[in-house]
Every structure is written in C-alpha cells, then in structure tokens.
Design a protein around this ligand. Structure first.
Ligand code: HEC
Ligand code: HEC
Length: 252
C-alpha cells in the first residue's frame, strides 16, 4: 500500500502527460498536423491565377487561355515573377517571387492537367555545353535582341531584357518556349546540346573576367582607362621584379 502511495506522484504525472491530452481530442476532427485543404497546387492556382486565366486555363477577358502554353513557359513565367501580375494592364517584368520552390512545383504540376504538354521544362546540362559554339549561336540567334554582351535593350524595334539574372533553367525555358515577344526555338532549330552551349555562354557573359576582355568596350572610357592603368602598373611591376632578379643573379 505504502508503495502505491509513494508511486502516486509518478502515476499522476504519467496520467497527466499521456491520458489528459487524449480526452481533449475530438476523434472526428483531423489531427492538427494534417489540415484538410485541397492539394496545394490547385489551391494556389484557384487563389492566384484563375481570376484571370479561368478555372481550367480556358482564359477570361482579363487573361489569355493557357491551354496552348506548355509547362516550360508556365514555369518561366512563375519563377521570374512575371506571373501573377497585379492587374491585367501591369507592365511585364521580373518581380520578386512569392512562392517556395515546392509551391512552384505543385502549381505547375496542377496546371499540367490543362496546359499543352510541350514544350516541357528542359533539363539543362551546362557542363556539357561547348562555350565557343554557344558564343556563335548566341550571336546568330540572340544578340540582335539581347545585345551582344547580354545587356538587353531596345534593338531592332524589340524591347528585350538583360540576361544577367536568369537561371540556367529559365534561359533554356525562354529559348524553348519563346515567351510573348521572343521567338521559340524547337529541337529542329537548336538541339539540346546547342541549348546547353548557349546557356553556358550566357552564364560566361556575367563573369567578371569578361570585363577585362572584350567586354570593356561596353563599359566606356572609364573602364578602359582603369584597365590601361592596371595593365600598365602590372607591366611596370614585372619589369621591376625582372630587374631585381637580374641584379641578384649578377651579384650572388
Ligand atoms: C491580373 C490578371 C492575371 C493574373 C492574376 C495572372 N495572369 Fe497570367 N497573364 C495575364 C495576362 C494579361 C497575360 C498576357 C501576357 C502579359 O501581358 O503579360 C498573361 C500571360 C500568362 C502566361 C503566358 C505568357 C507568359 O509567358 O507569361 C502564363 C504562362 C501565365 N500568364 C501564367 C499565370 C499563372 C501561373 C498565374 C498565377 C500564378 C497567372 N498567370 C496569374 C493575366 C494574369
Ligand atoms: C526578337 C527578339 C528576341 C530574340 C531573337 C531572342 N529574345 Fe530572348 N527575350 C526577348 C523578349 C522580348 C523577352 C521578354 C519576354 C517576356 O516578357 O517574358 C526575352 C526574354 C528572355 C529571357 C528572360 C530574361 C529574364 O531574366 O527574365 C531569356 C533568358 C532570353 N530571352 C534568352 C534568349 C536567348 C538565349 C536567345 C537566343 C537563343 C533569345 N533570348 C532570343 C526577345 C528576344
């Protein structure tokens, strides 16, 4: 008997921790960790897109039909923040993206139920790209609109954005789908390897080493002066070191 009494506080504690919370739970309600909401992608689409594009992407007076548009362009529009636009007349531009990556995936996966199947989100393999080939293809197909260093601008009557912020996937998506005023390039025109090569070249255009190479013409006289100065000082330093070495050589 005394044993039980001695154990009483422990018994009460176990009862409190394990049993009392169960009494408070209503078995007809789902556990709080599993909320009963529609699948996330559908919910996001109905909340953020359907008012302009319709419940199954059929289009409305506020936004075009999406049924002829593939997953590549859809993923591009969402991940560059171009969609959702705040109102139908809003300027088309990059904006901060309000979705987590898994929400973007869920949204696009839901939209696949009414989107065209092609072009699909491309697999990019930048490593396998050929930089020199990419440069040639870039100058042939892209530079007329995006400027030869990827700075963008209004060229040949087209307003095209700079290319320094797009991810490899977004670059390939733009090439394959041709969003709005940009032409799309099918696999007959550019193979997957050629797309990888162009992506590699577009990434290369961002590298700071380029600024000291042929990129300097674009950055004007100040950069050229700076480069001349840095190179000049570099050469002088080498000459001084060389004289120093020679001097040491003659008088060991
Ligand atoms: C306020 C209305 C509106 C909302 C909300 C909206 N869109 Fe759009 N969407 C448009 C209009 C208008 C266009 C036509 C192209 C343009 O002017 O940008 C368009 C074009 C598109 C295109 C094809 C052209 C392109 O590459 O951008 C896609 C894909 C798209 N929208 C996806 C979406 C998705 C996904 C959502 C929700 C996350 C969404 N939109 C929300 C109005 C809207
Ligand atoms: C006829 C002009 C034109 C040509 C040619 C062209 N583009 Fe574009 N590009 C555009 C326009 C206009 C946009 C903006 C589309 C939009 O509003 O979504 C764009 C958007 C892009 C973007 C998205 C930029 C960003 O960060 O949001 C990338 C990347 C891109 N183009 C790459 C290319 C590449 C690579 C080529 C060559 C294979 C190419 N473009 C050829 C006009 C062009």
């Amino acid at each position: 008997m005394t044993g039980l009494w001695r154990r009483a506080p422990a018994t009460a504690l176990v009862f409190g921790v394990l049993v009392v919370p169960l009494i408070g739970m209503d078995p007809s309600q789902p556990a709080p960790s599993a909320p009963a909401t529609p699948p996330a992608g559908e919910m996001l689409y109905l909340r953020d897109c359907a008012s302009c594009h319709g419940e199954v992407g059929q289009g409305t007076p506020r936004g075009q039909s999406l049924q002829e548009i593939g997953p590549a362009e859809t993923h591009y529009a969402i991940t560059t923040g171009r969609m959702p636009i705040p109102d139908p007349g809003a300027e088309r531009q990059r904006r901060p993206v309000d979705y987590r990556p898994e929400e973007v995936d869920a949204l696009v996966d839901h939209m696949r139920s009414f989107l065209a199947s092609e072009p699909d989100i491309p697999e990019v393999n930048v490593q396998s790209g050929d930089l020199a080939k990419g440069g040639e293809l870039y100058l042939t197909h892209c530079a007329a609109c995006h400027q030869w260093a990827g700075e963008g601008g209004a060229l040949m009557g087209q307003e095209a954005p700079a290319l320094h912020r797009a991810t490899p996937t977004q670059i390939a998506e733009a090439i394959r789908s041709g969003p709005v005023a940009m032409p799309g390039y099918s696999e007959e025109v550019l193979s997957d390897h050629e797309v990888d090569s162009i992506v590699k070249y577009v990434l290369y255009l961002r590298q700071p080493e380029d600024r000291g190479g042929f990129g300097i013409w674009h950055y004007g006289p100040f950069t050229e002066g700076l480069v001349a100065w840095v190179v000049g000082v570099g050469v002088l330093t080498l000459v001084v070191l060389w004289i120093g070495e020679r001097g040491r050589g003659e008088h060991p």
